[in-house]
Design a protein around this ligand. Structure first.
Ligand code: ZN
Length: 78
């Protein structure tokens, strides 16, 4: 009984860690000649508000596509 609870808690912890790794990209941000931060995938300029809040290195479209892809790994959960 307790073992099951503990296994679930560990699983949740690991899932949380995986999500945090997704949110905190290891990639170096890309900037254009004017100093704008641009998306690593498509080269679109990323709004200052976006990368100052979450240190984004991708535009909204590419980031959500990436997160959708990562979620696919654990699609059996939930
Ligand atoms: Zn993009």
């Amino acid at each position: 009984m307790d073992d099951l609870d503990r296994a679930q808690a560990i699983e949740e912890m690991q899932r949380e860690q995986a999500l945090q790794q997704v949110r905190r990209p290891a990639e170096e941000p890309e900037t254009d000649a004017s100093g704008n931060r641009v998306c690593l995938e498509c080269g679109d300029i990323i709004p200052v508000l976006r990368f100052s809040l979450i240190n984004a290195v991708r535009c909204v479209d590419c980031q959500s596509a990436l997160e959708k892809h990562n979620k696919g790994y654990n699609s059996h959960v939930g």
